[in-house]
Design a protein around this ligand. Structure first.
Ligand SMILES: Cc1ncc(COP(=O)(O)O)c(C=O)c1O
Length: 481
């Protein structure tokens, strides 16, 4: 369905994707031929010496050598000097087409000057932080509500992780219930209660340790996209005091790595009403990227609370927020004085003028420049081009896009099932296959999110897309078929 100003021109064929993914994970691995992989790795050794040296030194001072999970790249993390529009430049002067886009926030392209200049003005005039109320907090909240009318009130947080934590706390205070239901495989930040069954449904704490079992007893998961699975969990929770909230990414877990049918969110809304449960949309990725009204505007489905991050501070720190119905949001402002139960939240640097002004000007520009639609068109073109190359080389790889979010799967690791007795043997093998693929793309001038995801931006154009397709062609040509 095409909706004016939105990035998604057509909802992907979910059944077809699932069918192709099923084949992919039951197939052998399709690896890059050793000779070509050797050449790609040689690129890192010969052309990225500055990055290598910095990383070797950083390993002594920083655990793993980098501060950010998305930077743990194979064969070693590149040291990036600067990001500009659709490009990244490393410290050795190499240029890459940038489809990481900082993990999603820079829909306008990196370091978009009209926003950067405003932010510099704000810092010069007001300073980065006051610790007290500043006008830009109000401007940002009003602007969000103008485009997302179900976000009647808005409160800033330091990150998406914090915002998700706050949203479930608010839901518990408001409903008086304890259980939270998330979709298996989804990422809602790294808090104790939510960093659970990451990437692959029902893997529970496989990827997250150091969390006492008691911390996750009220976190329940349903199978992504399966409405009957959600109903069963909600029914089971009824016997244990009920569900405070169902927390989902409206495009499906991990930005739609596992796709859900178009009507899924509407059905979840109905179930939440039936079970008297709040519906929380985690729109950390989709708010403003999906279009001016976020994924909720695209689907026309009302959440009770919305979680924000990334774009909400335009690529500047600190990106996080919760918005929603006034009566629900008000529990953050309650307390002993008001005689009402309070969801205690906070943050010393939260809602500083820098973050609020950056978010305000970025969102204004996104709307004025029609950035979501433009980035979505770039996503459509690039996805169609990658599909053309998959067909040309007769590969089993799977590619689809939800507007400006493209998923391409070369080994399908996240589609493995816990019912597969070999799952824990297969995960590292299939993961390494993706790492190699990501490294091969990088060596040819394209940076993606972990070799399996692309965020397009308004800064992409026919030239960057052609450059990217040449790179995919080179790598696909060297797959051992
Ligand atoms: C859907 C979703 N929710 C929450 C988060 C956590 O946000 P942050 O990294 O700002 O803590 C992310 C981060 O990627 C995300 O994609």
């Amino acid at each position: 369905m095409k909706k004016e100003g939105y990035s998604v021109s057509k909802w992907p064929d979910v059944d077809l994707i699932n069918e192709k993914m099923d084949k992919l994970i039951n197939d052998r691995l399709y690896e890059i031929k050793p000779e070509a992989m050797g050449r790609y790795l040689n690129y890192f050794e010969t052309k990225c010496k500055g990055s290598k040296a910095l990383n070797e030194e950083a390993r002594k001072y920083i655990p793993g050598g980098v501060q950010h999970n998305l930077a743990f790249n194979y064969p070693f993390p590149l040291a990036i000097d600067r990001a500009e529009g659709a490009y990244l430049y490393d410290v050795d002067g190499n240029r890459y087409v940038d489809y990481l886009q900082a993990g999603g926030p820079t829909l306008l392209g990196s370091n978009y000057k009209p926003v950067t200049e405003k932010v510099i003005e704000i810092i010069a005039e007001h300073g980065p932080v006051t610790g007290l109320f500043h006008e830009y907090e109000l401007k940002l909240a009003k602007l969000i509500r103008e485009h997302m009318p179900w976000v009647e009130q808005y409160r800033c947080f330091g990150s998406g992780t914090e915002a998700d934590m706050a949203a479930i706390r608010v839901a518990r205070v408001f409903t008086g219930k304890k259980k939270i239901v998330k979709a298996g495989g989804a990422y809602h930040g790294w808090s104790d209660q939510l960093v659970y069954s990451l990437h692959i449904p029902y893997t529970k704490t496989y990827e997250a340790h150091g969390i006492p079992e008691e911390a996750t007893i009220h976190t329940k998961e349903c199978y992504p996209g399966d409405i009957e699975s959600l109903r069963k969990v909600l029914e089971a929770n009824e016997k244990e005091g009920g569900t405070a909230a169902v927390l989902i990414e409206p495009f499906g877990p991990e930005s739609g790595t596992r796709m859900t049918h178009f009507d899924y969110c509407a059905k979840v809304r109905e179930l939440c009403d039936e079970f008297d449960t709040l519906l929380i949309f985690d729109e950390v990725v989709t708010a403003f990227r999906a279009g001016p009204g976020g994924a909720q505007g695209y689907f026309n489905v009302r959440p009770d609370l919305t979680v924000f991050g990334k774009i909400v501070s335009g690529g500047f720190p600190m990106a996080g927020g919760v918005g929603g119905r006034e009566d629900i949001m008000s529990v953050m402002a309650a307390g002993v004085k008001a005689g009402k139960k309070r969801a205690y939240v906070g943050g010393t640097l939260t809602a500083n003028p820098l973050s609020c002004a950056a978010g305000y000007f970025a969102i204004k520009e996104i709307i004025e420049q029609d950035a979501a639609r433009k980035a979505g068109e770039n996503g459509d073109k690039l996805c169609a081009g990658i599909q053309g190359l998959i067909d040309k080389y007769e590969l089993p790889f799977v590619v689809w896009n939800i507007g400006s979010i493209i998923h391409f799967e070369v080994s399908g690791v996240m589609y493995l099932s816990v019912t597969d007795p070999d799952i824990f043997k297969k995960i590292p093998q299939r993961q390494h296959n993706i790492e190699e693929f990501g490294a091969a793309l990088t060596a040819n001038g394209v940076i993606t999110l972990a070799g399996s995801r692309i965020y397009t931006s308004m800064a992409d154009n026919d030239e960057t897309i052609a450059e990217t397709l040449r790179c995919f062609d080179e790598v696909f040509k060297n797959i051992d078929r």
